[in-house]
Design a protein. Sequence first.
Length: 294
Amino acid sequence: MDHINNVYTLNDGNKIPYQGYGTYQVIGQDNVQIIKTAIQCGYRFFDTASLYETERALGQAIRESRIPRKDFIIETKLWIQERGYENTRRALYASLERLQMDYVDLYLIHWPRETGEPDENWKGINLDTWRAMEELLAEGKIKSIGCSNFLPHHLDSLLKNCRIKPVVNQLELHPGYSQEATVQYCLDHDIRPMAWSPLGRGKQMNDANRYILDTLAEKYGKSTAQISLRFLTQKGIIPIPKASSEIHMKSNMEIFDFSLSKEELSMISCMPQTTWLGEHPDFHIPTKKMNPDQ
C-alpha cells in the first residue's frame, strides 16, 4: 500500500484505487479546471452524483485531459427521489448524458430512505432500484453497483434478496466519527467501505481528539489531514477527499510513506464520536429537488 494508484479487487473482480477524488461542492470557481488539476496530480478515481451538479464538469475535464476513458474509474449516484425501477433507469441515462459517457464504472444508491416514517416502503423501493441496477449492469451501462449511507439493517434487506451484492458502501467516515460497527459489517460481507468527508469538513473536534491527531502529526512530520487519511486507508477504507488547490491535492496523496501503529489506530478508532455532520440514513436526509437540466 505505497501509492495512490494501487488498487483493491472488489467482490465482482473489478479494480478500484486506494484513494479517490470527491467533486461535491467543487463549484463557484472553474470546476472543470479544478478537476483537470486533480487529473494532472494523478487522480484517476472520481466521485460525483446527480445531486452534486458536477457530472458535466467531470465529463468535460476527462475529455479535455486526452487520457483514455478506460484509465478512469467514474462513480456517480442516484438521488433519493430517483429510486424505483423506472426512475433508476431514467436517472442513469440522465447521468450518462451529463457525463457524455457510454458507461459508469460504479453506480450507487445515494441514501437508503427518504422520510424516516414507520410505514415508509424503503425496502421495497430499494429492491426495485437494485433490480434496475442489476439489469443496467448486464446491459453494460454500469461496471459495478453499490450503496451509499447504508447501515447494516439497510444492507441486510438487499443481501437477502439481490442477485448481485454491493461492491462498496460509501459512508461518512473520519476520526471522531468512524462508524466502527458498520465498517466491520461491510468488511465481513466483502463490501469495500468508502469514506465521504474523510476530513470531517473541518468540523471542530474536542480538545482530546485534536490533541491525539496533533501529537501523531508531529511524530510523523505530517498534517492532521494526512493522519486522518492514513488512518482510513490502513483500516481498508477508500477515502475520497475533496481539494481545490493543487497543494492540497498532492498533500492528500502523500500518505503512503508512513504507517500508524496498531495502538495508534486504536487510539483514533476509540475517539469520542463528536464530529458527526448530522445527516442520518434513517431520520435526517438533506433534501433537494433535482433539476433535470443540471
